[in-house]
Write a protein that binds this ligand. Sequence first.
Ligand code: C2E
Ligand code: CA
Ligand code: CA
Length: 696
Amino acid sequence: MSDIETILAAPRRGRNPAKVLKWCMRPAEESVMHKTRLLVRFGAVTFALLVILGSVVSNAVNHTIRDRTLQYYTQSVENMMVLMVNKLMTAEDFSGKPFTPEKAAILDSLLGDFTFLGAEQLTATLYNPDGVVIWATDPAVVGTKARLTPAQRKALAGTTSSRFTNTPDIKAKGGQVIQYTLAIPFDGKIVGVAQADTPDYVITVQTERDLKKIQLILGGGMFLFWVALFPIAMTVARALRRQAAENEHLAMHDQLTGLPNRNLLKDRLEQAVARSSRTGHQTGLLFVDLDRFKEVNDALGHQQGDILLGQIAARLADAVRDADSVARLGGDEFAVVVPDVTDPAVLVGLAERFTELLRVPFEINNITVNVDASIGVTIFPDHGTDADTLMQRADIAMYAAKEAGLDYTFYSAEHDSNSPVKLALAGELRRALDNDDELVMHFHPLVDVRTNVVTGVEALIRWNHPTRGFVLPDDFIPLAEQSGLIRPLTIKALDLSLAQCRTWSDAGLHLRVAVNLSARNLREADLPGRIADLLARHQVDPQDLELEITESALLSDPACANMLLHQLADIGVHLALDDFGTGYSSLSYLKNLPVNQLKIDRSFVNNMSNDATDAMIVRSVIELAHNLGLDVTAEGVETADQLSHLRNLSCDTIQGYHLTKPLAADLIPGWIAGYHHRNGVRELSQDARESFRSSQ
Ligand code: C2E
Ligand code: CA
Ligand code: CA
């Protein structure tokens, strides 16, 4: 059963209508309810706070008013007493004798006039300094002697005081008594003490009147303030909400494309998964990775690269339903969450639509750019039941698609086997390409069988990995091909090799350098242009560059390869067919290719001494090549026996461990000198070398 069939056969989960209904509560309604609740809470809290504040203020004001009024009354009573006493009395009146009935009558009537003090309730007593009552509103106490109270003694010393105090009868009426204790000065001397008691309602009435007025103003003001708080609070809340929304947008979106970023995508995926588990639907996740974005970016510059990403984002976003979420995960990676999938065929359709849309060339400032993409697809619940697993597996599926050269693929458990290691290695290779010292070229000499002259070297890339040590090309070239890194890798190999060729040439060592191209490179229409640029930059004669293309690479897209090979030949570079004998290319096809050289695959060379068929193949290839006017190199020569055999078969060039293993660039001149010396080759002059080459 294929992946898709498995997906189609996946059981649906049961639905629960009640849960669906609850889930379906519209976000807008929820938001209005939430706002109303917040507003009511805000109103209640601020109202309670204002009531507390109001009562504290009014209490404080009440006390202040009461104190002030008491002060005012005390002053008034004092003035009144002093006035009265000074108008009516003589010093003798304070000697201890009671007043004459006339004086007492005048005092009584005068006191009766002080109605503003609530005088009808006023009781007053005048004491001489010895405590003898010389007059009182209560005639019964006149003439008696009392013990002076502390307040009265203070008054004799000149300090007037007043206080609220309780007397049982007034307290019964719910009030208090104000007791004024006053000094009575006469001719500059204090001659007695007056004590006047009035009920406090005079003050209470006055205080309450003032307080009511103030409470009315305060309460009204506070109410208006409370009402005004609402629009203020709402404006502030709106501004805060907007700010928060902006912040959230920034945190959740990709700045360049405006699409959701990885965080938001994960969020949406989690929501969709939660919803799918309720509804029994499925959720799809597509990881889209561009195949050659870095090259476009390098070639056109970051600004144009950004424009391209923007256009890609727009195309992807246009291709999906409103309910789907397109996100940019970073770099050239995009992802799409497709919720509520009832038929996985929808995901197939979407992956195909994306592929088609991305195949339509992009126009960036009048430059046409072609991009390819690889898409990995996972489905909830078949490939994972949580967002993390689905994302991880979509990534793995995407790499698997790249690896297999497919436009898209659904996740399958087989993809998992070595993917994490590969993923990590691909990431490190990407980084190594930007580093100067991790990727280096080693060179493997090619020797002319007849003359023993070293005619050239094959450049073989080496990855000096910081932790893994030396990684051999067989372990990372396929990965580079699968992960879109082969193009920058080839450019790097060409760049380093041509730079080395220039350096040797400047030192008087002329070698043709052979660089390997990969199958994928043959689909790069601009490769001939890039190579011509590099040759010009390093001032290397095109004749001194050989490009090795494997036979199988040619056969993967013959028409495209044919065209590219002709363009490369037009530049003037040498072309060699690598690993020849493994690809079953037809003679008629070979005849029309502009190649100069065939390299017999080392498996045949290695076995030629003990396998008659392989020996036959080597012989036939050499004859075939010569008949077509091509040179033949036998690679993988490991023994002297193989060498003599090849010499007998008139092979032109050999390469192999029998001569040496590939060497670092700085070892090459010394090795060549030693080899030439051992084999009696005189160093050829430049002219001799030229004539030697043209005779080939
Ligand atoms: P290739 O193009 O066939 O390169 C020859 C490989 O055979 C080299 O392995 C070389 O070290 C090895 N070899 C040469 N003589 C002998 C011999 O006598 N015995 C044995 N056992 N091996 C011999 P290396 O360097 O590991 O490269 C492996 C492959 O990686 C190359 O095969 C080539 O396809 C690829 N490669 C290497 N460098 C590059 C590069 O810069 N670009 C590309 N696209 N591919 C490269
Ligand atoms: Ca090669
Ligand atoms: Ca080879």
